[in-house]
Design a protein around this ligand. Structure first.
Ligand code: NDP
Ligand code: GDR
Length: 326
């Protein structure tokens, strides 16, 4: 039975990946930080078979201990300060966790693996935010990186450090350049979930308006459940590599609002939406659309859930949760 260690186990992707690996028969371990992490209970409820280890990406020795106590065949580094807007307000912390944290976990894996650096397979959660001010449409593995936020810059550092450890030490290290992926488990700070929850509340008469930022930005949105499958497939390849994971479709925030509101029978949605500079970013990523040909060809991976299905799934889940009093 293979063993996997996941950082970021309390996050959206950590939970889906743990479910996937447990279903495949893996022994799954997770790194959890903080003396009283409020999301520990969620992990224990949704994936009770996951064994948790205290640790933090900024603390190398805690990562070494987690590796020693779990002895993994595969390590998935999903932990990060992941909210782009927050990264301007906390640029140092973001760089420390999302950037230097990758160096810490790579170094911990290298030291733990000893004479055979390839024996522990490593996945780094890279991001389409690295493309930032896009230099090519659509974006693929070879597109020049031009990050637009402290978060994006930190992810570029982690991405190149992963490639460097692969090339320097012969590690089986892969970088998944994942475009936005969402689900009913998405954090409420991100735009899809902010919209799905607000639309559900508006439908149920619990709220009247939603305050938004830039409605013109375009994203390539997929379903998180599909995307964690791609992470696993990368680590089953004979060698580490880099892969873009995306749907190949792009939609604006306006289209997101239209689909979400229309789904609950509201067509004049503009009367419920107000824009506020508070939610505008110092530098915006205007357009993302990925070319996942390499993943399709080499990994046999394809997204299964399309944009409308994703948005309506999220709205329905929020309506059901609110009706149930959650
Ligand atoms: P989430 O924000 O839902 O989860 C982030 C995770 O990182 C949480 O488990 C959080 O734990 C953990 N974390 C934060 N700080 C630290 C730290 N100092 N040490 C260890 N763990 C820490 O993100 P997602 O699940 O959406 O994304 C997973 C990864 O994929 C992230 O690296 C993200 O940047 C990247 N990514 C995400 C995409 C998306 O669209 N979802 C697209 C491309 C990349 P805690 O509970 O302690 O806060
Ligand atoms: P993003 O996701 O920055 O792409 O990063 P987010 O959902 O936060 O923003 C997407 C776009 O929506 C615009 N927007 C708003 N965003 C938020 N959060 N709140 C608003 O009110 C709002 N109004 C408009 C934003 O300006 C932006 O253009 C996500 C994260 O998961 C990263 O960790 C990951 O790497 C990338 O996706 C790929």
């Amino acid at each position: 039975m293979p063993t996997a260690l996941i950082t970021g186990i309390t996050g959206q992707d950590g939970l889906y990946l743990a479910e996937l690996l447990l279903a495949k028969g893996y022994e799954v371990h997770g790194v959890i930080r903080g003396q009283n992490n409020p999301r520990r209970e969620l992990v224990e409820r949704l994936v009770p078979d996951v064994r948790l280890h205290n640790g933090d990406l900024t603390d190398l020795s805690s990562l070494m201990r987690a590796l020693r106590d779990s002895e993994p065949d595969e390590v998935y580094n999903l932990g990060a300060v992941s909210f782009v807007a927050y990264s301007w307000e906390n640029a140092f912390v973001t760089s420390d966790v999302t950037g230097l944290g990758v160096l810490n976990i790579l170094e911990a894996v290298r030291l733990h693996a000893g004479d055979d650096p390839g024996r522990i397979r490593f996945y780094q959660a890279s991001s389409s935010e690295m493309f930032g001010k896009v230099q090519q449409v659509p974006q693929s593995e070879g597109t020049l990186l031009w990050p637009r936020s402290p978060y994006g810059v930190s992810k570029v550092y982690g991405h190149y450090m992963t490639i460097n450890y692969r090339e320097s030490y012969g590690m089986h290290a892969s970088s998944g350049i994942l475009f936005n992926h969402e689900s009913p488990r998405r954090g409420e700070e991100f735009v899809t979930r902010k919209v799905s929850k607000a639309v559900a509340k508006i439908k149920l008469g619990m709220q009247d308006e939603i305050v938004m930022g830039n409605l013109d930005a375009r994203r390539d949105w997929g379903f998180a459940g599909d995307y964690v499958e791609a992470m696993w497939r990368m680590l089953q390849q004979p060698e580490g590599d880099d892969y873009v994971i995306s749907t190949g479709e792009t939609h604006s925030i306006e289209e997101l609002l239209t689909v979400a509101f229309t789904h609950v029978g509201i067509t004049d949605w503009r009367s419920h939406v107000r824009q506020d500079p508070r939610f505008m970013r110092p530098a915006e990523v205007d357009l993302l659309i990925g070319d996942a040909t390499k993943a399709r060809t080499k990994l046999g991976w394809e997204p299964k859930v399309a944009f409308e299905e994703l948005v309506t799934m999220m709205v329905d889940a929020d309506v059901a949760a609110l009706e149930a009093g959650w």
